[in-house]
Write a protein that binds this ligand. Structure first.
Ligand SMILES: Cc1cc2nc3c(=O)[nH]c(=O)nc-3n(C[C@H](O)[C@H](O)[C@H](O)COP(=O)(O)O)c2cc1C
Length: 329
């Protein structure tokens, strides 16, 4: 659906990148690729599918991340994802949580490239949107690059052309998911070498990327950069990074926000629609808390939007009160 390149994207993040967060990131950054939180095939097949597949039209280009390891289930879910209008379907082969391992998907799938290839082939045969894979550079303490080469070789043969690589190993036992995002060392050069070894594929690098200089440097070596936590903690940076990567023009001709307050006011119709539908302001405003990071009044902005006394009013005036605390606007 969208021809925009994946030069810059915001990572799938469970409990964070819901539709409220993605719509906010879109108001800041008109061109970047957005990713949903991971949704398991089991949740889509047995749960409230309509709710799991809902998103706002403003989010495009937006990719849907699936967790699963059953080719038929993944093919069925990929079809639903495509029918719902998502621009890409992504398979999670990078999450190291114990819960995900018990379901035999996420990072532990990297040990089973043949199974991942079967999953990817089933999905590619089922849909015409891009099928992509997000993975790590290795498992546990094995630093051999031939492991990830073999993984990409097999998964690429099956039809995946776009690989999102978190440039760390996943340690399957003994580290929490949080520690697994901090302790295994980042090895960006491994990803750069993948790009050279597989010149026909697109490689997006992920892990610990926080500055414009770092983004620029990575783009010398790979096709795109995916930001995770930095996009959440300092979302205002997404605006300048988007302009740096794509140019300042909005492809849809919509308004470009000049200030942090503009971003929220631009979202007002959407926010009021959500509030009218009964979505709590607490949920809508959670991804905004870092918007005024480092600005005068930023702490007070955060306080207003974290305070149940304000939030429970669930109306737009609370947002104006929070904005009013910040002289930077
Ligand atoms: C709160 C949180 C939830 C995450 N959930 C997912 C997820 O659902 N799927 C996934 O592939 N990665 C998930 N990740 C990992 C990120 O996508 C990303 O790979 C990781 O944070 C490294 O990038 P960063 O250093 O830029 O944050 C999550 C990360 C965080 C912080």
């Amino acid at each position: 659906m969208s021809a925009r390149p994946r030069t810059l994207s915001v990572a799938p993040m469970m409990d964070w990148t819901d539709t409220y967060c993605r719509s906010f990131h879109r108001a800041l950054a008109p061109n970047i690729w957005l990713y949903t939180e991971m949704v398991t095939t089991g949740a889509l097949i047995h749960g409230d599918r309509a709710r799991f597949l809902s998103y706002d039209d403003c989010e495009h280009p937006v990719a849907y991340q699936l967790g699963g390891s059953e080719p038929d289930d993944l093919a069925q879910c990929a079809k639903w994802v495509e029918q719902a209008g998502f621009d890409e379907v992504n398979l999670n082969c990078g999450c190291p949580s114990e819960r995900v391992q018990r379901g035999a998907f996420g990072a532990c799938l990297m040990a089973e490239p043949k199974l991942v290839a079967d999953c990817v082939k089933a999905m590619v045969d089922a849909v015409s949107i891009d099928v992509t894979v997000k993975h790590r550079i290795g498992l546990d303490h094995n630093e051999s690059e031939s492991f990830v080469h073999d993984f990409i070789g097999q998964v690429g043969e099956a039809g995946c052309r776009i690989f999102i690589v978190h440039a760390r190993n996943a340690i399957l036992k003994g580290l929490s998911p949080k520690e697994n995002r901090e302790i295994p060392p980042l090895r960006y050069d491994v990803v750069y070498r993948l790009r050279k070894l597989f010149p026909d594929y697109t490689f997006i690098i992920n892990g610990g990327i926080q500055t414009a200089d770092a983004v620029r440097e990575h783009l010398q070596h790979v096709d795109g950069v995916m930001l995770g936590r930095h996009g959440w903690h300092q979302p205002w940076d997404l605006k300048a990074l988007d302009a740096m990567c794509y140019g300042t023009q909005r492809v849809d001709g919509g308004a470009v926000p000049e200030t942090r307050a503009d971003v929220l006011r631009l979202m007002r119709p959407l926010v009021e629609r959500w509030l009218a539908a009964g979505i709590p302001l607490r949920v809508i405003a959670k991804p905004w808390l870092g918007l005024f990071h480092g600005q005068p009044g930023g702490r007070l902005f955060r306080q207003v939007l974290s305070d149940p006394k304000h939030l429970n009013r669930n109306d737009w005036d609370v947002v104006e009160t929070a904005i009013g605390k910040c002289s930077a606007g």
